[in-house]
Design a protein around this ligand. Structure first.
Ligand code: TEU
Length: 561
């Protein structure tokens, strides 16, 4: 079948190297720690590992600020360690995908240093003269403040969509694009199997750099992705990337991270027929429980039909328009999914399994984030001293500056507990031992308070654990092509409690039923059910047919041949 592609079937596992496994006693995860766990990942059912950035970096934004694209961050190991990691992975049939962060560099990158000094690479970054003695426009940076930083020497401003130390490359300069193609070829030649492309739809900005509409008149700098994401040249530059690099590596994996691509018809240009990218990460299902952008810490109530409207519509559109989706509910920028879509207090095991089935049977390529396979949860509480993420710290400080000295900040910490990125950046809980078996030293970020109950060691080999559920699920996904390629149809779209759909091929039809409520409830399935092949309650009988009594966060997978 022409539509069958290895990258549609593959299970991708995202590794956040600083927090995966430390083998040197530094308190920081390392490349050898990853190598030591490759067989664990293969046994889980993983096909591809994606490494969040492992390059030289001053670590202002945890490696998404790169100072040398061709060097390994010494905290994580050496180039030899990385080569061994890739070799070992390939020997056991795993592919290795790397993070390509080329919208911006670190301000410590030699390119920027040259640009700053007015050298031959001046135009590799985006410089603008002041406007009325001020910033060239009203754009607010994603991590706070203006998008523009003034340089005393030249009296010009450089653009940084993210943190001040992350200047945006000027992609309109062909030399910059050439340099990026070189970086990609460097890693492909080393044996890297593809790229996850950081904020790749940010590489083209609206010419003229117009002010964005004022959304919040109390703020000097306006948040919003308009004019700096999805600019007019994005698809041209990606087509060039395809012509210059990717077409020579038809097996290379590609996924673009694209904040601000809100609907499937905006997405399709990036992925139609697998080019220029195979799939993108879109965000609407992650924005569902909070306000977007700088106010992202503010809670928003949501209903299950909204989630269906986002994901269901996306998948159906892709299905009808020769597109393919990515499936993710966690990553290093998002809190753990349990408390967002379900519950991490009560029924945690059932909820984690339900979310696993929901996540793994959608129409798209499956991405599992480290620790998701054991149902890791957010920290129950963060103090300011425990925070590590620049986004959280900037947010805290901005809010604090608005208040009287010594004012209570607990509401801000509550928001950070709910939505902050450090929740996902705590070390993987491996064992019940000290530091969760992550390190012999005090970790760079705290370990999860619940690690003694929730870790790999206690779940491994335990028939009813979340980990073993994931293993069984991923095994089944490999045996049943219908779970990857089957035609998707939503079932009972109107239900606010049950998310259900079918995946059908000529041979078989699977029915997925997921209850998103902590109540026990009755649900009548409008379609025929078939044989129960997987569920998260042991004693469950499938005999009820279409009338189901669903326990809290119940999930069921049926098959009809
Ligand atoms: O994230 C881009 C992005 O959209 C995030 O800024 C997101 O809005 C935010 O994390 C929500 O809290 C990518 C990387 O994944 C992220 O880790 C980097 O900080 C960012 O780009 C800059 O490189």
């Amino acid at each position: 079948n022409m539509d069958h592609k290895w990258w549609k079937e593959a299970v991708i596992y995202q590794i956040y190297p600083y927090s995966f496994r430390d083998t040197t006693g530094s308190g920081i995860g390392d490349l050898n720690g990853i190598t030591s766990k490759l067989s664990y990942l293969r046994d889980l059912g993983v096909d591809v590992i994606w490494l969040s950035p492992i390059y030289a970096s001053p670590m202002k934004d945890m490696g998404y600020d790169i100072s040398d694209y061709r060097a390994v961050n010494p905290d994580l190991g050496t180039m030899e360690d990385l080569e061994r990691l890739m070799r070992t992975a390939h020997e056991i049939g795993l592919k290795v995908v790397m993070d390509l962060v080329v919208n911006h560099t670190s301000d410590q990158h030699a390119w920027f240093q040259d640009s700053l000094a007015g050298g031959s690479k001046r135009d590799w970054y985006v410089w603008r003269a002041p406007k009325n003695g001020q910033e060239p426009n009203n754009w607010g940076a994603i991590f706070g403040g203006s998008c523009w930083e003034r340089d005393e020497r030249s009296k010009e401003y450089y653009l940084h969509v993210f943190e001040t130390s992350q200047p945006d490359l000027n992609w309109d300069n062909p030399d910059v694009r050439e340099a990026v193609w070189d970086v990609m070829n460097f890693w492909l030649d080393k044996g890297c199997d593809g790229f996850r492309m950081d904020v790749i739809n940010c590489i083209s900005k609206e010419p003229g750099f117009p002010d964005v509409p004022v959304l919040d008149s109390s703020e000097k700098y306006q948040y919003g992705l308009k004019y700096r994401f999805n600019g007019p040249k994005v698809l041209d530059y990606l087509a060039e990337m395809h012509d210059r690099v990717l077409q020579y590596h038809p097996d290379a994996f590609t996924v673009g991270e694209t904040p601000g691509v809100a609907t499937a018809d905006e997405a399709i240009g990036y992925v139609k027929g697998g080019t220029p990218l195979q799939m993108i990460f879109h965000f609407e299902h992650m924005y569902i429980d909070h306000q977007p952008g700088k106010t992202c810490f503010h809670k928003r109530e949501w209903r299950l039909t909204e989630l269906k409207d986002i994901l269901g519509k996306f998948m159906l559109y892709m299905q009808d328009n020769d597109g393919w989706d990515s499936l993710y509910v966690e990553n290093h920028d998002q809190p753990r999914i349990l408390a967002r879509y379900a519950n991490d207090d009560i029924h945690r095991t059932a909820a984690a399994k339900m979310l696993a089935l929901f996540h793994a049977t959608g129409r798209g390529t499956l991405f599992v984030y480290q620790g998701q396979e054991i149902g890791m949860a957010n920290s129950k509480q963060w103090t300011f001293e425990e925070l590590r993420d620049v986004e959280e710290i900037n947010h805290y400080n901005t809010e604090k500056a608005k208040r009287a000295p010594g004012a209570d900040m607990s509401d801000v910490l509550t928001e950070i507990q709910r939505i902050g990125r450090d929740n996902a950046r705590m070390p993987v809980s491996w064992t019940t031992g000290p530091n969760a078996g992550f390190s012999t030293a005090t970790p760079w970020i705290k370990v999860n308070e619940d690690y003694k109950e929730w870790n790999v060691e206690v779940q491994e080999g335990q028939e009813h654990s979340v980990l073993e559920f994931w293993r069984g699920l991923l095994r089944m996904r490999k045996q049943e092509p219908g779970l990857v390629y089957g035609r998707l149809a939503m079932v009972d779209w109107e239900s606010e409690d049950v998310y259900a759909y079918t995946r059908a091929t000529a041979e078989a039809e699977h029915l997925v039923v997921c209850s998103f409520t902590e109540k026990t409830m009755q649900w009548t399935c409008p379609v025929e059910v078939g044989t129960l092949v997987l569920s998260n309650y042991i004693s469950e009988k499938a005999e009820g047919g279409q009338v189901m009594e669903l326990q809290p966060y119940a999930c069921r997978l049926y098959k009809r041949s």
